[in-house]
Design a protein around this ligand. Structure first.
Ligand SMILES: Cc1cc2nc3c(=O)[nH]c(=O)nc-3n(C[C@H](O)[C@H](O)[C@H](O)COP(=O)(O)OP(=O)(O)OC[C@H]3O[C@@H](n4cnc5c(N)ncnc54)[C@H](O)[C@@H]3O)c2cc1C
Length: 261
């Protein structure tokens, strides 16, 4: 096992005690990537965890770097750092360690940025409906921050579902974008607390099934990211409307998704 980390934390923003934005500078610089892609972050298995977190029932393998995939939230045009948006799980092997990293802390970043959850195969001029739960908003933030997205697509609708009001990361940026760009609409949906002004209470699925966000298979491509239960529910709602998953074998498919677990 190579025990030499190859990246550094340059900024840490605590959205809540269990939601973090980390900006990471790879020693080798920021490689080219496509908005929507991901890379692995890692730590040595003996990295410390907060004392108040539950003791691990199964400690990680001491002979391997502890690593997981994370979507990149920054634009590929940002060459100083990669941004990540993470949910800290007190019983999660890696995130219960990542939570202690402060600026200048060292970590591992995977050698390859990869993933097919991108806008590359969406036909020019089509609209995109992006639906995220929790930290699943990260790849959409990368897409929205990249000017090429706006040259390629027609209108963009982003629906972000969270549990509590405090979990609406990136809200100011999204509101500012919606105010200046008439092709962008942003819907905030909270399940356990009343939503902010103009938002909705419940699950993201509700905005599709009750027609608040109308979608048509011939004009709107749909992107889903985050909780696998949300992805499966939305897929069921969309199938009768003519949506099917985009794959190499089904290149006309207009539904794209990234399940986080
Ligand atoms: C392509 C891809 C991109 C990803 N991008 C992100 C990202 O940008 N941000 C992010 O926070 N996570 C992301 N994930 C999830 C991430 O890889 C880890 O699974 C997550 O951080 C938990 O790791 P852990 O070692 O702390 O937990 P583990 O010890 O591996 O425990 C995993 C368990 O925790 C639960 N879990 C995993 N992720 C979450 C979550 N976000 N919220 C609630 N419960 C969860 C599931 O039950 C899962 O089985 C991504 C996953 C994939 C496959």
């Amino acid at each position: 096992m190579n025990r030499e980390p190859n990246a550094e934390i340059i900024q840490r923003v605590e959205i809540t005690s269990d939601l973090l934005i980390l900006r990471v500078k790879p020693d080798a610089g920021v490689a080219d990537f496509i908005p929507g892609q991901y890379v692995t972050l890692g730590l040595l298995p003996d990295a410390p965890r907060p004392k108040e977190f539950p003791i691990e029932e199964t400690p990680p393998d001491p002979t391997r770097i502890l690593q997981r995939a994370y979507s990149i939230g920054s634009s590929p045009l940002e060459k100083q750092f990669l941004e990540f948006y993470l949910a800290v799980l007190p019983s999660g092997a890696l995130t219960s360690r990542l939570v202690l990293l402060k600026p200048r802390a060292r970590l591992f970043i995977g050698p390859k940025i990869t993933g097919h959850f991108t806008l590359q195969t969406v036909p020019q001029g089509k609209n995109a409906v992006m639906i995220a739960t929790g930290t699943g908003i990260a790849p959409f933030i990368s897409m929205l921050r990249t000017p090429g997205t706006w040259d390629q697509l027609g209108n963009i609708t982003l629906i972000h579902g969270v549990r509590f009001l405090r979990d609406f990361a990136y809200r100011d940026e999204l509101l500012a974008l919606a105010a200046k760009n008439l092709r962008f609409r942003y819907f905030a949906v909270s399940s356990r607390e009343d939503p902010p002004a103009g938002g909705y209470r419940g699950y993201v699925q509700k905005l599709l099934s009750n027609g608040i966000v109308p979608i048509k298979a011939d004009t709107d491509s749909v992107f889903l990211c985050g909780n696998p239960a949300m992805v499966e529910d939305v897929e069921k709602i969309l199938a009768p409307l003519g949506y099917s998953q985009h794959t190499k074998k089904n290149p006309d498919g207009n539904l794209y998704y990234e399940k986080y677990w």
